[in-house]
Ligand binder design. Structure first.
Ligand SMILES: Cc1ncc(COP(=O)(O)O)c(C=O)c1O
Length: 381
């Protein structure tokens, strides 16, 4: 379902030929971020993962509702510093260059998340004074951490032990705790809470044993709270998650870094139908634009939910099962496969929902050199 203000803007944009477009509902974003903030108050700090959507309007809109921002590159760090110079930042990301490590000396960087002993050694060599968390990828029980265990991110117990040795001779580097982003796209809050419990049950004793100088431990539990693209009206249960975290770490300071689950809901990719056709027994609606603007369904292998805004009154109409595709010369340019449509015509509008995160910024814009979409931040009814 597309909200009324976005629908009205989409129709106006179509009238002046300004499609495709990304249209964001800022009051909706404020309401959602405010609800997350209220739910998490008292259990964990919320740092928005900028990689999900780094648009300036989105960052400014979120600022009152988050404790800070998680950045994963020098580019993201520079952007946040320029737009929101007072906002606290934590700096993650694999493969940090020396230039990026130098940027981390910015006093706005509260914590740098160390990915490897090699990275820590380079950090120590700068001679700088820095506050860090060690990014851990520990041997936790449970199938849900398999994907993380098979990834290059963070450190296993051997890597962490190497960091402990390096820290002994690095008085200017202060460790504060553990960072553990171990899952992606989990919309089940009790399962996420259970993962947080396993992280805390491992991390807090590990810190006591290996880094006893950390007297006020911090646990950054990462992001990964999911968005269910197959059930666009459902949302992660922040209250249940927060309640579970509240009695998790004793005196540990907790932080989370959600990205997708904060910004996905309030962005739409709106376009119009260029052609309807039947070939080899299948119906297709060919849309202006495509997955070079909204790569999310290809990247994740899902069907992007959508709403049709009927405008056309004549021409052949498609009713039944159809696949919605874009303008690219690749069979992978599919936004929604085997969707049910009712009277879809050339000239009708299609508004794809849940397009506010990992959407435009994830896409290969220049492929085929079609025009880029326009961007609209609707702030009002
Ligand atoms: C370290 C880290 N933190 C936070 C996030 C944000 O995750 P999500 O957008 O799934 O909440 C990611 C995503 O990859 C990440 O790698």
């Amino acid at each position: 379902m597309v909200v009324e203000s976005v629908r009205a803007r989409a129709v106006r944009l179509a009238a002046v030929g300004d499609l495709p477009a990304y249209v964001y509902d800022l009051p909706g974003l404020r309401a959602h971020a405010g609800a997350v903030q209220a739910a998490m108050a008292g259990s964990a700090e919320v740092f928005y993962a900028v990689k999900a959507n780094p648009a300036a309007e989105i960052l400014r809109t979120l600022r009152p509702f988050v404790d800070g921002f998680e950045v994963a590159s020098g580019g993201e760090l520079a952007l946040v510093r320029e737009l929101l110079p007072d906002a606290p930042v934590v700096f993650s990301g694999p493969g940090k260059t020396d230039a990026e490590l130098a940027l981390a000396l910015d006093p706005g960087v509260e914590r740098l998340h160390v990915e490897s002993p090699g990275e820590l050694a380079r950090l120590i060599a700068t001679g700088a004074r820095l506050d860090i968390l060690l990014r851990a990828n520990p041997d936790l029980p449970g199938e849900d951490v398999r994907q993380a265990a098979d990834s290059p991110f963070g450190m296993d117990p051997d890597g962490l032990a190497a960091c402990v040795r390096l820290l002994r001779d690095a008085p200017r580097i202060t460790p504060h705790g553990i960072h553990a982003h171990l899952t992606w796209g989990r919309h089940d809050a009790p399962a996420m809470a259970d993962l947080a419990r396993r992280v805390a049950a491992w991390a807090l004793p590990w810190l006591r044993e290996h880094l006893p100088e950390v007297t006020e431990p911090e646990l950054d539990l990462g992001g990964g709270m999911g968005v269910d693209y197959g059930a666009p009206h459902t949302r992660f249960d922040w209250k249940a998650y927060s309640a579970a975290l509240a009695d998790l770490g004793g005196s540990a300071r907790l932080r989370i870094e959600p990205g997708r689950s904060l910004t996905a809901y309030d962005g739409w990719y709106v376009t119009d139908v260029l052609d309807v056709k039947r070939t080899h027994g299948r119906h297709y609606a060919v849309l202006r634009g495509g997955t070079h603007h909204l790569r999310t369904p290809v990247a994740r292998g899902h069907d992007q939910p959508f709403t049709v805004i009927h405008r056309a009154t004549s021409g052949p109409a498609l009713t039944g099962t159809a696949t919605l595709v874009g303008q690219l010369c690749t069979p992978k340019d599919v936004l929604n496969r085997n969707a049910e449509v009712d009277g879809l015509r050339v000239g009708d509008l299609v508004a794809f929902g849940l397009a506010g995160a990992y959407a435009w910024n994830l896409s290969h814009h220049d492929f085929l050199m079609h025009p880029q979409p326009s961007f609209h931040y609707v702030d009002g009814p």
